[in-house]
Design a binder for this molecule. Structure first.
Ligand SMILES: Cc1cc2nc3c(=O)[nH]c(=O)nc-3n(C[C@H](O)[C@H](O)[C@H](O)COP(=O)(O)OP(=O)(O)OC[C@H]3O[C@@H](n4cnc5c(N)ncnc54)[C@H](O)[C@@H]3O)c2cc1C
Length: 358
């Protein structure tokens, strides 16, 4: 039986991180293969930006650019330099043995044979903002409802309008503070009777005159204009203690209830944190496995922007290129077992089993 196709580097994912890595690697003539996913995690190839309209904060587009249009451009640029893009989702990996093995959803070979092997892998599978499945959510998603205040807060529909944020953690507090620059007032709905945000952040939030925190409250329905592309105008909320419901004016609703990184297939192989994000050495794309690099939202729970994802995709490509060059020079494998314990967000990161480049 013929062995599966082998390449120097495989990229899993198709957002700004994956495409930036692909552009750099293909220009370096490393002939990367990208698995862009087929509705992986429910998101179209191209990633999260395909679910939104105008991107106004990606440099180089003075008038803004549509999310899907930006990703089409990135895809064309990856292909232009020779990236092979396969529209399939990777469903299983074996990163414990070299070469690394990848299995895809369809069209695999014999029984357990992987579809692909690679000397290096870049993981850029992104993350998905959690939704709440509220009545009205589908209708007003991106027509008032957003999961990213930094991305969408400045758009005209939110200017000087009452806005609401759902969540009680640091992200919710940060988003609410950010939105006070644009909205007339920001109401934060917190299901419990206290904030989970850090003390300092909670104090700042509660002291802000443009913010009202409603404890013990949840959103129950998003209401708005009843016409094609109509905007949200109101939010029905409920006091979870008394059961009392009220309808408040709100032209924007921002979810800050967490993200789910797309890391299920890597668990138990690459080190992840308690929320499932891949742990990388700060300032690099190095994971716990030499030759496996991570870029974009899959390893970044703080900034989560297209430009930061693209930047980390560039880093991953340059580091993969260096890794492959050193592999060709036959770096002694014993060196790989020099464990390092870099700091991650102030905590000791899981042990870096091996990485000859660190
Ligand atoms: C509604 C919305 C609006 C936003 N607006 C902005 C904005 O205006 N400006 C901004 O800077 N940022 C914005 N963002 C954030 C931005 O989209 C993300 O930070 C960025 O897309 C993350 O890029 P990424 O490369 O990490 O991967 P993602 O964009 O998350 O894409 C990863 C993709 O990889 C594919 N994939 C996943 N698993 C697999 C697998 N197993 N096999 C193959 N393929 C797989 C899927 O298609 C997945 O979507 C917005 C996000 C959302 C949700």
């Amino acid at each position: 039986m013929a062995p599966p196709p082998h390449t120097k580097v495989a990229i899993i994912g198709s957002g700004p991180a994956a495409h930036t890595a692909a552009i750099y690697l293909s220009r370096a003539e490393l002939k990367p293969v990208m698995y862009e996913g087929m509705l992986a995690g429910g998101t179209a190839a191209g990633g999260q930006l395909t679910t939104t309209t105008d991107i106004e904060n990606y440099p180089g587009f003075a008038q803004g650019i549509g999310g899907s249009e930006l990703m089409d451009q990135m895809r064309a640029q990856s292909e232009r330099f020779g990236t092979e893009i396969i529209t399939e989702t990777i469903t299983k990996v074996d990163l414990n043995q070299r070469p690394f093995k990848l299995w895809r959803e369809y069209e695999d070979g014999e029984a357990d044979e992987p579809a692909h092997t690679a000397d290096a892998v870049i993981i850029a599978t992104g993350a998905n903002a959690r939704r709440l499945a509220l009545p009205g959510e589908e209708t007003y998603w991106q027509n008032g409802i957003s999961a990213c205040a930094v991305c969408d807060g400045a758009v005209p529909i939110f200017r000087n309008k009452p806005l609401a944020v759902i969540g009680g953690g640091d992200s919710a507090a940060e988003e609410a503070m950010f939105l006070t620059k644009y909205g007339s007032h920001v109401t934060v709905l917190v299901r419990k009777d206290k904030l989970r945000a850090s003390k300092a952040m909670a104090k700042r939030l509660l002291a802000n005159p443009k913010v009202t925190v409603k404890f013990n409250h949840v959103a129950v329905e998003v209401q708005g204009e009843n016409k094609p592309r109509g905007l949200m105008t109101h939010l029905k909320i409920k006091n979870v203690q008394s059961g009392a419901e009220e309808v408040m004016e709100a032209n924007g609703l921002f979810y800050a209830v967490g993200h789910d990184p797309a890391t299920a297939i890597f668990k138990g192989q690459v080190d992840t944190d308690e929320e499932g994000y891949i742990v990388t050495k700060p300032g690099t794309s190095y994971t716990s496995i030499p030759g496996v690099f991570a870029a974009g939202d899959v390893q970044d729970k703080r900034y989560r922007q297209a430009i930061t994802s693209a930047g980390s995709g560039c880093i991953a490509a340059l580091e993969a290129e260096k890794y492959l060059a050193e592999l060709e020079d036959e770096i002694p494998l014993e060196k790989e077992n020099q464990a390092k314990k870099p700091e991650v967000n102030g905590d000791a990161a899981p042990e870096y089993r091996s990485n000859p480049l660190l």
